[in-house]
Design a protein around this ligand. Structure first.
Ligand code: BG6
Length: 297
């Protein structure tokens, strides 16, 4: 139902992904996968910034809008602006018939059922899945990634529900950890690469649900200022799922431990347990899909 031809996809020189909040964080995963599989540059923008800053858009731009509700005013305004400037527009939403679907050239649906909890795990995970499927579809049309790699990624997507079940088995450990930190005033989240995206979403949800102040930092950026805030007893939650970045992230965690931080690591890697106070393990999957599992705890 998405009539985007090879000719059209070859003609695009930029994709924008525009959204707010959790949906924007799902868009960050989209950037990773589309750039890797399709080799098209992708820019992710916050709708409330994008709409007021005269973005460079023309008919060679594809603009993708992600919105669970399909009703977020800034996202809809950004879509209208993109259309006026000649871009094709594609909406990713959960709500059939929502305002965004009436404005967009094309709409695809997460079919995640009604949104109930602020944690939004269902909205986020289904948006990340769908944008990965979209990237695979584009890559198939473009022939930009070997089909064996795409088939492997599809299998990994099909295995996600079982792996989420497995991730949920850590619920007792998670509860125990929560009991230890629920009175904290500040929590830091760290990650590199795709794990930084998960850190951003985790930090947003901690703020929205528990009213605990938190910050997410790209682990390598911590030393350029924010490390000054890491003092004795502060809680730092790190996410490590990209095997190529394990050592780099661990060395950043060591820096915060040296300053007296209490550390939790959410990981799918085999890490030396004695280095960190708490480790919560999530199942392994393709790195591109790892936010879907890492966000669960
Ligand atoms: C915010 C919510 O108001 O809207 C976030 O607090 C949400 O959780 C954001 O991600 C965007 O909503 P939507 O419906 O456009 O995805």
């Amino acid at each position: 139902e998405l009539p985007l031809t090879k000719e059209y996809l070859k003609s695009i020189n930029k994709i924008y992904i525009i959204a707010c909040g959790t949906a924007m964080h799902a868009g960050l995963s989209g950037k990773n996968t589309i750039e890797k599989l399709c080799r098209i540059p992708v820019e992710v923008d916050i709708a409330s910034e994008f709409r007021y800053r005269d973005p460079i858009i023309d008919e060679k731009t594809l603009c993708i809008f992600i919105s669970q509700s399909g009703e977020t005013a800034d996202t809809i305004a950004a879509l209208k602006l993109s259309k006026e400037k000649g871009a094709k527009t594609l909406a990713i939403t959960n709500v059939i018939g929502s305002s965004i679907t009436r404005e967009a050239d094309y709409s695809i649906y997460t079919h995640a059922g009604p949104e109930i909890a602020v944690a939004s795990t269902k909205a986020y995970t289904s948006q990340v899945v769908l944008i990965n499927i979209l990237a695979i579809y584009f890559a198939e049309i473009l022939g930009s990634t070997p089909s064996s790699e795409l088939t492997k990624l599809k299998k990994d997507i099909f295995n996600l529900p079982d792996k989420i079940e497995e991730a949920l088995k850590s619920s007792e450990e998670i509860k125990n950890y929560a009991k230890n930190i629920y009175q904290e005033k500040d929590v830091f989240f760290l990650g590199r690469g795709i794990d930084y995206n998960t850190a951003l979403e985790a930090s947003l949800k901690l703020k929205e649900i528990s009213y605990i102040h938190s910050e997410a930092y790209a682990a390598g950026e911590l030393k350029h200022g924010p490390i000054a805030l890491i003092e004795n007893g502060i809680s730092v939650i790190s996410i490590i799922t990209d095997k190529n970045l394990v050592e780099k992230t661990i060395s950043n965690i060591q820096e915060v431990i040296t300053r007296g931080a209490k550390t939790l690591v959410v990981t799918n890697q085999n890490l030396p347990a004695n280095n960190f106070e708490t480790i919560i393990t999530v199942p392994d999957t393709d790195t591109l899909l790892s936010p879907i599992l890492a966000i669960v705890p």
